[in-house]
Design a protein around this ligand. Structure first.
Ligand code: F6R
Ligand code: MG
Ligand code: MG
Length: 374
């Protein structure tokens, strides 16, 4: 049976700053989706990670479907009314357009979708990250789908030995989707050369070369490219199918034990380690640290099982301690060098304005000028 998984997420307001949505807000969004989506959806699941609410939907209408996207958009618009009534901070923050026009791409919410023939057993993982951007998934996807040091299945399982196809998007190109397709292992170094720059080149999807099936879908939208100014970090979501001809759940999860450094945290302008957290965790230290949650499901005839919280297992407590220490270490460096993002990625304009102001006060010393002339 053909099934589509769509996850659409947005920050439409939160308590105590950019921390977490109120229970009432999340309930409003969920009630709307369950009520209005009764005919449209086979199933749904609503959760939050940091200040973002994500709506995961299972249906039969394919990716980019107008009705499905409108359902999510309307749920966020209705939620925004609740957020305003409650006086939540940043109410409606990610709804960048006034009216719905076909689908939510380019309107603010992040979207990850895939359509596939449901296997008899169809396990998949739903990731949601907050206070970071879509490039945060480059590192874990590279390791999980291209590196046998992380994923022994690449050498042990005949179903995976043909490798995977990565579709990578140049997210700086705003006039349309500029993409490249690379097959690993043959083009491993080409892939590495692109993915080392996660602010520009972002994995959009991954496909099995043995079966042609889609394994992963990542939300690639960058809010400042849409709005032309800072409106919040992009806070991506991702779907990954697991087991059999795809990496095992544990092979997909393993890279998150590193706490790799990503763009984000305070004012969307820093480099901080990504912390794997439990579902429905808010932000705290330095408006972060950047968070990632993961819910595992099986989908059967479009019905979702209850989720299993992948990062709730005790192993991840040690990882969280490690990531917290790494975060504190990075923060000791304040705004110097690698601790803060390069100028092109700063989400606030203060420094650019200050440097323009100071530029007029620079002078070239007279002797220096003479030496240069000679
Ligand atoms: C980062 C983020 C926060 C805010 C910060 C200031 O993505 O959302 O770090 O940038 O709390 O927020 P404003 O400018 O709303 O006061
Ligand atoms: Mg926010
Ligand atoms: Mg957020």
């Amino acid at each position: 049976m053909k099934i589509t998984l769509s996850v659409i997420k947005a920050d439409i307001g939160s308590i105590g700053g950019h921390v977490a949505p109120s229970r009432k807000l999340q309930n409003t969004v969920e009630a709307f989706v369950r009520d209005r989506g009764a005919q449209l959806l086979r199933d749904c699941f609503v959760s939050h990670t940091g200040d973002d609410i994500a709506i995961l939907m299972a249906h039969g209408r394919g990716p980019g479907n107008r009705e499905i996207h409108k359902l999510a958009w309307d749920a966020f618009v209705t939620g925004t009314q609740t957020a305003k009534q409650e006086g939540l901070y940043g109410a409606g923050q990610d709804l960048l357009k006034d009216s719905f026009s076909g689908n939510v791409h380019g309107m603010g919410p992040a979207v990850a979708e895939m359509e596939f023939d449901e296997r008899p057993n169809e396990p998949f993982l739903f990731f949601a990250a907050d206070k970071t951007d879509p490039g945060a998934f480059n590192y874990p996807l590279y390791l999980a789908f291209a590196d046998p040091m992380n994923t022994p299945g690449l050498i042990l399982s005949p179903k995976m030995s043909k490798g995977f196809r990565f579709v990578v998007m140049d997210v700086n190109h705003t006039e349309g989707d500029r993409i490249i397709e690379l097959n690993v292992p043959e083009q491993l170094y080409d892939l590495a050369a692109l993915l080392r720059d996660p602010e520009r080149y972002v994995v959009e999807s991954v496909w099995s070369r043995a079966t042609g099936e889609q394994a992963a879908a990542v939300a690639t939208s960058r809010l400042h490219n849409i709005a032309g100014k800072y409106t919040g970090k992009d806070d991506p979501v991702m779907l990954v199918r697991v087991q059999m001809s795809f990496p095992a759940t544990g092979e997909i999860l393993t890279p998150y034990a590193t706490g790799h450094i990503v763009a984000g945290a305070m004012r969307g302008s820093h480099q901080m380690p990504l912390m794997p957290v439990m579902q429905n965790t808010g932000t705290s230290y330095f408006d972060g640290p950047p968070l990632v949650s993961c819910a595992g499901f099986c989908v059967h005839e479009g019905r979702l099982t209850e989720p299993v919280d992948a990062f709730a297992q005790p192993f991840w407590d040690t990882v969280r301690d490690h990531v917290a220490r790494k975060a504190i270490e990075m923060r000791r460096q304040g705004f110097f060098g690698a601790a803060m993002l390069p100028m092109s990625e700063l989400e606030y304009t203060g420094i650019v304005e200050k440097l323009a102001e100071l530029d007029g006060s620079f002078r070239v010393r007279a002797e220096g000028a003479k030496r240069a002339a000679a």
